[in-house]
Design a protein around this ligand. Structure first.
Ligand code: GDP
Length: 369
């Protein structure tokens, strides 16, 4: 068979070799339809699941496909819904997004708001997101905080989308792990008319693998595949390690009173040395079960060598794991963001050294509380 067969849902060429790539359909299913001569009504596994179980399985795209996808969005008039993980902004950044999507309006959605203790000031988070967006050259028409998982603010999000899309298509984009599939599923739950959803659009030959949800007043809501990126902590970890760092429920801040010349380990993934300053309070906002260990700075290197992969897990497989140091002088009370692990609130007037896996950088923002 030389002729390619395309999924009638997303238009991807059907294939049975790579489950994590667009158009995957198990060989058995393929055979079954082949025998029944029903090849013109085949869905890939992803569209099939969406159609029958209202369930979205996310597919990471490679860089080139992702750039093509963004470029294609830039060539039409559409509302871009850019989903970011408020707990991991650095891992949510799509580089050069502005250049790709042209003049299309952007609605910035900060997901996973349920992770933050309710004492958090939502406006401060929004302001911070606003600043981050600006640094990326984006001027979002609105910023909305949601929890896709807890289904909070989904109706408001849909209302905001309606307000800004002006009958155009809506593209939901985001890096892998920001919770985009969870959000699409939440939207499907939120509207009964979506439950009957069938993705019928056909784009033969495209590899965009979009999923289209028809909207009431014309236009579609389009789910796009995510992309993984080397700037995410997750790309340094195995899937099983990931669950140790990705918080699922509200974070309980953990407080440490540290003396200068003390070290705090974040399992084997990060380390904070308190170099100089008066004894200070450090508050860690990381996954509730992540192992935090305090020790003397003079003892820290040896401790790490001995305990990496043991007491200090994750990583479970520390072989190719190298930490890189960054010295930070803290002028005002700040949050030091640990590239996807969460952050530590640190006091003004101190010097610290932060270690993260090679290639990841800590960022500092004025403390949110
Ligand atoms: P995608 O790769 O962007 O499609 O991300 P997923 O939807 O697969 O979600 C990635 C991880 O984030 C999963 O472990 C989800 O359970 C979790 N997640 C998604 N949305 C939320 C949310 O609103 N709150 C919390 N706490 N976790 C979420």
């Amino acid at each position: 068979k030389t002729d390619k067969i395309y999924c009638i849902g997303c238009g991807a060429a059907l294939q049975s070799t790579a489950p994590d790539q667009p158009g995957y359909l198990p060989a058995k299913t393929f055979q079954k339809y082949l025998q029944q001569d029903q090849l013109n009504e085949l869905y890939c596994q992803r569209c099939f699941r969406l159609r029958h179980y209202n369930e979205v399985a996310e597919l990471p795209l490679n860089d080139v496909d992702f750039q093509n996808l963004l470029t294609a969005i830039g060539h039409q008039r559409a509302l871009v819904v850019y989903v970011v993980d408020i707990f991991n902004f650095s891992g949510s950044v799509i580089r050069s997004l502005r250049q790709y999507i042209g003049h299309n309006p952007v609605l910035l959605v900060g997901n996973k708001i349920d992770l933050l203790p309710s004492s958090f000031n939502k406006n401060k988070i929004k302001n911070w997101l606003q600043q981050q967006a600006k640094r990326l050259g984006l001027h979002p028409v609105a910023i909305q905080l949601i929890s896709a998982k807890k289904l909070s603010q989904i109706d408001q999000l849909l209302a905001t989308i309606e307000q800004y899309r002006q009958q155009q298509d809506v593209y939901v984009i985001g890096m892998t792990n920001v919770g985009k599939s969870t959000l699409i599923n939440a939207i499907l739950q939120a509207r009964t008319e979506f439950k009957e959803l069938v993705t019928t659009s056909n784009f033969p030959g495209t590899t965009l693998n979009e999923i289209r949800i028809p909207l009431a007043q014309g236009g579609d809501l389009v789910d796009t595949p995510g992309i993984l990126d080397a700037h995410q902590m997750s790309s340094y970890l195995t899937t099983s390690d990931l669950k140790y760092i990705a918080p699922q429920t509200e974070i309980h801040p953990r407080v440490f009173q540290l003396q200068p010349q003390q070290t705090l380990f974040f399992a084997g993934l990060a380390r904070l040395d308190f170099l100089q300053g008066p004894p200070s309070t450090f508050v860690a906002y990381v996954e509730n079960h992540l192992y935090l260990h305090r020790t003397k700075l003079s003892h820290a290197d040896l401790f790490y060598q001995r305990q990496i992969g043991q007491l200090l897990t994750p990583p479970h497989d520390p072989k190719s794991f190298v930490l890189q140091e960054h010295t930070l002088t803290i002028k005002q009370k700040s949050d030091v963001l640990l590239a996807g692990l969460g952050w530590v609130v640190v006091a003004a007037g101190i010097t610290i050294k932060v270690y993260l896996p090679q290639g990841l950088k800590p960022t500092v923002r004025p403390a949110l509380i």
